[in-house]
Each structure stands twice: as structure tokens, then as C-alpha cells.
Design a protein around this ligand. Structure first.
Ligand code: NCD
Length: 317
């Protein structure tokens, strides 16, 4: 197995993160510097779940590096409907592509798939598991707006099923951050994640709350998430929490003027549109940052020396 699959943010050390973010900033300033770097390189896109931003920004990133993409297309139009296994699908597509990007509804699927391929495989979301490239663009956005050290962040909404939350929370333990997790009791972080975070950050930086009110004034960043309706085993359980934890201009009256509001998007009704035009809103900028960050990552993963050094932690071994 190669050492440059990117499966979870647990793989990312502080040094890895800083390398990627610094390089993304360089590319953001001058994307034309690398416009031919990966001419002839093909990235394989395997999305077994809907995606707009992640898929299109990977595609844009690969093309801006001079390469191209092949796309499995929708599950309905692929051989998956004939009963092909994920292991067979990735083994076939690795023959067409120099790297693979996989999104799949099953947690653990990216780890499993990576065991069948020799080209780098990037996890673009495995069920309620991880979404490490979203984390990289989240960290980039946080660094630009608030800085990554001495940071107080509130992460709110569906902390149970939200893979962007799991990946971000682990990555932030590399920095001097206080993380406040705000959710209804039924959507709290999985206990094993809380356990891990306490191990990694000596416990002092992690707090859980049911209400935003108490912590809002202290926050530098508020990271809002969508309730992951598609992951609820029972629609009635979703209905019980749907519509909770929404923010609007009145909510933010209690916040610092410098508060940065983020969201991985898509939003449903968690952030009122009236916030979009305020200085708090960073979620569209956050989505745009997906391109330079994924360009930096792809360039590192595809560079000739092969090992992008992304295995500092315990992620994919
Ligand atoms: C997120 C995802 O797919 O996990 N979207 C994204 O990649 N920006 C968040 C979500 O679907 O709520």
C-alpha cells in the first residue's frame, strides 16, 4: 500500500497542514504558475453520493494544474447498478487515472478502497466518517479570517453525522484552540471522537453545550452545519431536530463584531440569508478556497517523488 492516500484528518500533522496551507496561499495568489505542471495527468472521480462543491472544485483544481478528469458519473448510470463491488470499481478506474477521489455513503469505505489501489486515493467523504479535504479548506479559511492559534471556535448542528465536523475537530487539536461543540443531545459528537479529542488535547480545549447563547460572545469562529437528513435511520427522528440551531441577524447581536461564520454548505435553513451580506459571512469564500487548497494537495500527491508526507498521524495504516 502506498503511503499517500488521504483518508482522515488524523493523518495530518501540524507541519503537513502548514505546508499545504502555505502552498495553497501561493497558488491562490498566482494559479498560472502551475498551469502546465500536470499536463497529461488524469484524476478519477468516483462519487457515490451527491456533490456540487467537492466534485467541481476537484475538477477545477485538476484542470488548473494542466490535467484532466474522468468521472464515473451518477451511481444510477454506472455498473454499480449491475452489482459491481466498490473494490472492483476502484481497481478498474485506477487503470484509467493517476489518482482517485472517492465519496461514498458507507463509513470506512475509503480505507477499504485504498487497500485495493496503488494510485493515491483521496477520501471526499465516507458516510458520517471523515472529509479531510473539506477540513483543509476550512483551516485555510479560519487561518485567513481568525488565525489558527489562540482560537475559540464553536462547531454547531449535526455533530453526530457531520463528517466535516469530525475531520475538522481532529485537525484543530494540532493548534492552540478551544473547541465548543453545540448540538441537541441526540446529535452530539460520537463518544469515541470525544474520547480521542480529549486524549489529543488534554481535555482542556473541548466543551459540549446544548445552547449557543452562553458561548457565542467568546467565539472567534462559528462553524454551522446542516442536519444530515440522509443519515437518519428514521425520518421521525430527523423531524424532531429539523430547524433547530438556526442563526439570523438577531442571534448575532450577542456575538463579537469580528466573529467569522462558516458553513461547509449546502445550507438548508441554518443561516438566514440576511447574514450573507454582513462581514461575518465567510461561507462562500470558504467554498471558493476549495480550489487552491485542492490544487496544492493534488500537486503534492501527484509529484514525482510520490510521498507527500501525509502519514504523520495514525490515519490510514
Ligand atoms: C458536506 C459533506 O458532503 O459532508 N458538503 C461538502 O462537501 N461541502 C456537508 C454537508 O453535506 O452537509
Amino acid at each position: 500500500m502506498r503511503h499517500d492516500h488521504l483518508i482522515t484528518s488524523k493523518q495530518l500533522s501540524r507541519a503537513n497542514i502548514e505546508t499545504i496551507l502555505d502552498y495553497a496561499a501561493e497558488l491562490d495568489a498566482d494559479p498560472s504558475a502551475v498551469s502546465d505542471r500536470h499536463a497529461g495527468t488524469v484524476l478519477g472521480l468516483l462519487f457515490f453520493e451527491p456533490s456540487t462543491r467537492t466534485k467541481m472544485s476537484f475538477e477545477t483544481a485538476m484542470k488548473r494544474l494542466g490535467g484532466d478528469v474522468v468521472d464515473m458519473g451518477s451511481v444510477e448510470s454506472s455498473s454499480v447498478t449491475k452489482g459491481e463491488t466498490l473494490a472492483d470499481t476502484v481497481r478498474v478506474i485506477e487503470g484509467y487515472a493517476d489518482a482517485l477521489v472517492l465519496r461514498h455513503p458507507k463509513q470506512g469505505s475509503a480505507t477499504m478502497a485504498s487497500e485495493f489501489v496503488d494510485v493515491p486515493l483521496v477520501n471526499a467523504g465516507d458516510g458520517a466518517g471523515h472529509h479531510p479535504t473539506q477540513t483543509m479548506l476550512d483551516l485555510y479559511t479560519i487561518r485567513e479570517n481568525a488565525g489558527l492559534d489562540d482560537l475559540t471556535i464553536g462547531i454547531m448542528g449535526d455533530l453526530k453525522y457531520g463528517r466535516t465536523v469530525h475531520s475538522l475537530a481532529y485537525a484543530l487539536t494540532n493548534f492552540d484552540t478551544r473547541q465548543h461543540f453545540i448540538s441537541p443531545e441526540s446529535l452530539q459528537l460520537p463518544r469515541e471522537v470525544v474520547y480521542d479529542l480529549h486524549q489529543q488535547q488534554d481535555g482542556t480545549g473541548i466543551r459540549e453545550h446544548e445552547s449557543l447563547e452562553d458561548v457565542l460572545p467568546s467565539l472567534d469562529v462559528l462553524y454551522v452545519t446542516r442536519i444530515q437528513r440522509e443519515r437518519f435511520p428514521d425520518e421521525n427522528e430527523y423531524q424532531k431536530v429539523a430547524g433547530e440551531y438556526q442563526i439570523d441577524a438577531a442571534t448575532l447581536e450577542a456575538a463579537s463584531d469580528d466573529l467569522t461564520v462558516m458553513h461547509p454548505l449546502p445550507r438548508v435553513d441554518e443561516i438566514a440569508p440576511e447574514i450573507d451580506e454582513t462581514d461575518h459571512a465567510a461561507y462562500f469564500e470558504q467554498a471558493h478556497n476549495g480550489v487552491p487548497v485542492r490544487m496544492a494537495l493534488l500537486d503534492l500527491l501527484l509529484s514525482d517523488d510520490g510521498d507527500a508526507g501525509l502519514t504523520g498521524g495514525d490515519g490510514d495504516e
